[in-house]
Write a protein that binds this ligand. Sequence first.
Ligand SMILES: [Zn+2]
Length: 60
Amino acid sequence: MKEKACKECHAIVEGEVCVVCNAPTSSDWSGYLIIIDPSNSKIAQKMGIKVPGKYALKVR
Ligand SMILES: [Zn+2]
């Protein structure tokens, strides 16, 4: 199963559309990021992540 990443919020999902924000997903991504506590994560704050989960660092 190929994982895809959302072009808007960078969440890693399995379908063509992001389950978080309904934006289209891309299979061209890199960097695996797991956010457990967004309010205590500098990376999450920098990327604007508010929901815990799996994210991609870069999405093309
Ligand atoms: Zn999204």
